[in-house]
Design a protein around this ligand. Structure first.
Ligand code: TMP
Length: 204
């Protein structure tokens, strides 16, 4: 059986992470071997880089390069071998997040990100990307009520997140076959229904 690579994306507060484990169980119940992972992170080195990326102030290019350093390790050590074994990989954020956050949010040239992508994983892209989209105010409210210390990204202002959301939506427009938008301000069971429909038509 062919392995599949599914990524989850969206601005902070979109609620995507709660659906990652649900989707993994949904697929396992249908006989798939599924790995769940995340970015930045997913390997011992990647998780150490995540600590830095989420907490240490840095120049935007250093930020993009560290995201891709973590991604390179993740791709080579974990994602590609799992796909080669025929497993399914569900990744909470991947390269679209760099286009949205470092490209859209921070204004880094897309051309540089294209080069890094090509270097790290060639022409391979996720088979399916689920973009959790919702109005900015709803996402901000969810973060505010979470009542925990916010990381470097979550502390960014509304206009940063507006640009990130816009960049995600533009990417969805330019990759309509791969990126599917989930309306993430709907009730939980409605979101699951949207996910199920997409997975059943696209991937199974
Ligand atoms: P998470 O909270 O969804 O795990 O993501 C951690 C943060 O890292 C989130 O605010 C988005 C940010 N991020 C980027 O800025 N660029 C990237 O390439 C990735 C993968 C995450």
């Amino acid at each position: 059986m062919k392995g599949r690579f599914i990524t989850f994306e969206g601005i902070d507060g979109a609620g995507k992470s709660t659906h990652v484990d649900w989707l993994a169980e949904f697929l396992r119940a249908r006989g798939r071997v599924v790995q769940v992972t995340r970015e930045p992170g997913g390997t011992p080195l990647g998780e150490r880089l995540r600590e830095l990326l989420l907490n240490e102030p840095m120049h935007v290019e250093a930020e993009a390069l560290l995201m891709f350093a973590a991604r390179s390790e993740h791709w080579a050590q974990r994602i590609e071998p799992a796909l080669a074994r025929g497993e399914w990989v569900i990744c909470d954020r991947f390269s679209d997040a760099t286009y949205a956050y470092q490209g859209g949010g921070r204004g880094l040239e897309k051309n540089k990100l294209n080069q890094l992508e090509h270097w790290v994983f060639g022409n391979r892209q996720p088979d399916l990307t689920l973009l959790f989209d919702l109005p900015l105010e709803v996402a901000r409210e969810r973060i505010a009520v979470a009542n925990r210390a916010l990381d470097r990204f979550e502390q960014e202002k509304a206009d940063f997140y507006q640009r990130v959301r816009q960049a995600y939506l533009e990417r969805a427009q330019t990759h309509p076959g791969r990126i599917r938008i989930i309306e993430a301000d709907r009730p939980l069971d409605n979101i699951r229904k949207q996910l199920e429909e997409i997975i059943l038509t696209i991937c199974l």
